[in-house]
Design a protein around this ligand. Structure first.
Ligand SMILES: Cc1cc2nc3c(=O)[nH]c(=O)nc-3n(C[C@H](O)[C@H](O)[C@H](O)COP(=O)(O)O)c2cc1C
Length: 322
């Protein structure tokens, strides 16, 4: 299957691993790249040393293209971080929560492609006008920080607005090959998947995350500012309920993130080694596709299944046409 995405990134399949903060570390990202998609490290909550170690491991584990994702809105020296990402050999840099304007020229000078996460048509237009090479149209169904517009209407509207200039990748609530086929039918050039890849042995997960994800049905998520101060789709629990009832207690981004860490409700950054997790309050970001995920599979199997299922879905549609 060849799309503008596979051609631009020189990958086999139009499948991108979302750069999930706390979850997309080298084991998972390298597995997706080696399986023919592209793995992206979620570096938003990594220290400088951890990011450097993770990128070094990517270079050891794969000779295929890979990327790194940071939050544009996060305070800090993004230019210095992106310089290290370039020097480490990443093929793509992904900026979320804002267009990473200040680093686009630096990336292009080093032949690194710039990707931007977009939840509205105007975000995609601004990203492309600023020089981004690829946009991810992420619908509200997505796990993690998310907007208000659903994937089904968002993707074709972003395709219409910028698809003649850059490839568009669909994200949000997609968890199998039917979603990939649908994304292609909407005019997208591939998919960017988060939640489906959390349910892998390679994902870096805090305690209780896999159990909670596998047990949840599609109605168990909520969009809450409880964990960072910005709207984030997570599994609903006592902690999100508290801030639903007391929105006056919420602090802005990123202060609320410090608050939830202090409250012992956010262990994505510390990961699997931290035993102090209370699943009834913990931050478990997942998309609305969560109900369709009942089993862990190795990341490479997920990539292979996505392609088989997409081919079957496309064949089914072809058959309907008679
Ligand atoms: C645990 C988790 C952490 C995430 N962290 C980030 C992040 O740091 N940067 C980012 O661009 N997107 C982040 N996202 C959003 C994903 O990039 C992606 O758009 C989303 O997972 C797609 O929806 P899906 O989960 O339904 O597949 C995160 C999502 C999850 C589930």
């Amino acid at each position: 299957m060849h799309t503008r995405l596979t051609e631009l990134l020189e990958i086999e399949y139009p499948i991108m691993l979302a750069g999930m903060g706390g979850v997309s570390y080298h084991q998972l990202a390298a597995a997706v790249s080696n399986a023919g998609g592209i793995g992206t490290l979620g570096a938003a909550s990594m220290s400088a040393t951890t990011m450097d170690d993770e990128m070094a491991k990517m270079s050891e584990l794969t000779d295929k293209p890979w990327g790194v994702d940071l939050l544009t809105a996060m305070p800090g020296d993004m230019a210095a971080q992106v310089r290290r990402i370039i020097d480490a050999g990443a093929r793509i840099f992904v900026g979320a929560l804002g267009v990473p304007r200040e680093v686009i020229a630096m990336c292009h000078d080093a032949n690194v492609l710039v990707v931007n996460m977009c939840g509205r048509v105007q975000h995609a237009v601004a990203a492309v006008e600023a020089g981004c090479d690829l946009v991810v149209a992420q619908g509200t169904e997505a796990g993690g920080h998310t907007g208000k517009v659903a994937t089904m209407p968002l993707v074709p509207q972003i395709v219409d607005a910028v698809g003649d200039r850059v490839p568009v990748v669909a994200a949000g609530g997609l968890f199998d090959g039917r979603g990939l086929a649908a994304a292609l039918a909407l005019g997208a050039d591939g998919v960017w998947l988060g939640t489906r890849f959390i349910a892998t042995p390679e994902a870096r997960v805090s305690l209780g995350y896999h159990d909670a994800l596998l047990a949840a049905d599609e109605s168990r998520t909520t969009v809450s500012r409880a964990y960072s101060g910005k709207p984030m789709r997570v599994l609903a629990n006592e902690y999100t309920d508290h801030f639903d009832r007391h929105p006056d207690e919420l602090e802005p981004f990123p202060q609320q993130m410090m608050r939830s860490i202090t409250d012992g409700a956010l262990h994505l950054p510390t990961g699997p080694d931290d035993p102090n997790v209370d699943p009834a309050r913990e931050c478990y970001p997942v998309g609305q596709g969560v109900g369709g995920i009942d089993e862990l599979f190795p990341a490479a199997d997920i990539v292979a299944r996505l392609m088989e299922e997409a081919e079957a879905a496309l064949a089914r549609v072809d058959k309907l046409r008679g």
